[in-house]
Design a binder for this molecule. Structure first.
Ligand code: UD2
Length: 320
């Protein structure tokens, strides 16, 4: 990897952010983490000790951002209210964090000479266009406040590029999974919830008929996409899908996780969630051709590794 001298990771104590921090540190990068610990955890980064600088604070705090961004070459903006259904319940709160917070991150970055900002966007921006797989040039149809907020962030990124010359790259994550994904809320990622249920021997709930499709990408592959986005010249000013192109239906996912956990339980079916999209699978041709990105981890192996983490009492999600 080309060297990054100093990076700020917003949301760096969270699931994806903390893996990104690990990799940056391993690459000899100086790292500052800004996280308000609303959903992130100190224990995700504790093992790094004083090899990173941790600032507990909020991305809506413009004064604080101006301080922490000073001297940073790259900002990885991972902090967000990440749940679609939480944004449906409380659109004002998620708007403040996801939109106002994002503008503040961009603004502090351009004022302080940051070279590039990598934005965590989402496949949610595609909404329910039935065409599969999703390509970056498709018409967008956000179906939830969360999706609107992520799309707004992309527009701001583009405008900050045009107006202020700030380099930005938007990464549309599909469904990310792996160790450290926190299963404790009803809005947690489905794999973390299913693993928690399987490990505890509890019956899972499936929203809808379980026929909805998702493209799950392992967290370490998402980290590699971020590092390419930060270091490849060709990435500047662009939007990329970050997925695998491989699809699985939610009911089949439960069967797979149940099988790997040696649990056989029929799920309970509840009505579909408001704002839920039916089909989601990525076309990753653009990021492959432009940045040379390929996911390394197959779903099954990724699930095995993640399950090992959930079962390890010294690492698993219940340790606070
Ligand atoms: C994910 C991302 C979100 C956004 C979106 C883009 C997470 C936590 N959220 O939302 O940030 O990028 O993708 O489309 O990764 N489900 C069940 N039972 C459960 C939990 C979930 O059936 O106990 C279903 C849920 O209704 C949905 C699917 O599983 O159809 C995936 O749910 P999710 O919350 O993991 O992720 P999603 O796709 O809503």
């Amino acid at each position: 990897m080309k060297k990054i001298s100093h990076a700020l990771v917003t949301g760096g104590a969270g699931f994806i952010g903390s893996h990104l921090v690990d990799e940056l540190v391993a690459n000899g990068c100086r790292v500052t983490v800004l996280d308000n610990l609303s959903t992130g955890h100190r224990h995700n980064i504790d093992h790094l000790g004083d090899r990173i600088e941790f600032i507990e604070g909020d991305i809506r705090d413009a004064g604080l951002l101006n301080q922490v961004v000073k001297g940073c070459e790259v900002v990885f903006h991972q902090a967000a209210v990440v749940s679609v259904s939480l944004s449906v319940r409380d659109p004002s709160h998620s708007c403040e964090v996801n939109d106002l917070g994002t503008v503040r991150v961009l603004d502090a970055s351009r004022r302080n000479g940051v070279r590039r900002v990598i934005m965590a966007s989402s496949s949610a921006v595609y909404g329910d266009d039935p065409r599969m797989p999703k390509t970056e040039d498709m018409a967008l149809k956000p179906l939830s406040p969360y999706a609107v907020q992520k799309l707004t962030g992309e527009f701001y990124a583009s405008v900050f590029g045009e107006l202020y010359g700030l380099e930005t790259v938007c990464l549309r994550y599909f469904n990310v999974f792996g160790p450290r994904q926190d299963p404790s809320s009803p809005y947690s990622g489905v794999i973390s919830i299913f693993m928690n249920k399987a490990t505890a021997g509890e019956v899972p709930t499936i929203f809808g008929d379980g026929g909805q499709s998702r493209d799950f990408i392992y967290v370490k592959d998402v980290v590699r996409a971020n590092l390419l986005a930060a270091t490849e010249t060709a990435a500047a000013g662009r939007v990329f899908n970050v997925g695998t192109g491989v699809v699985i239906r939610i009911l089949d996912l439960w069967k797979l996780i149940g099988g790997l956990s040696n649990v056989q339980m029929d799920p309970v079916f509840d009505p579909p969630r408001a704002g839920d999209i039916r089909e989601s699978v990525s076309d990753i041709g653009r990021i492959r051709q432009s940045l040379g990105f390929r996911p390394h981890m197959a779903l099954r192996q990724g699930l095995i590794d993640t399950l090992a983490w959930y079962r390890n009492p010294s690492q698993g999600p219940r340790k606070k």
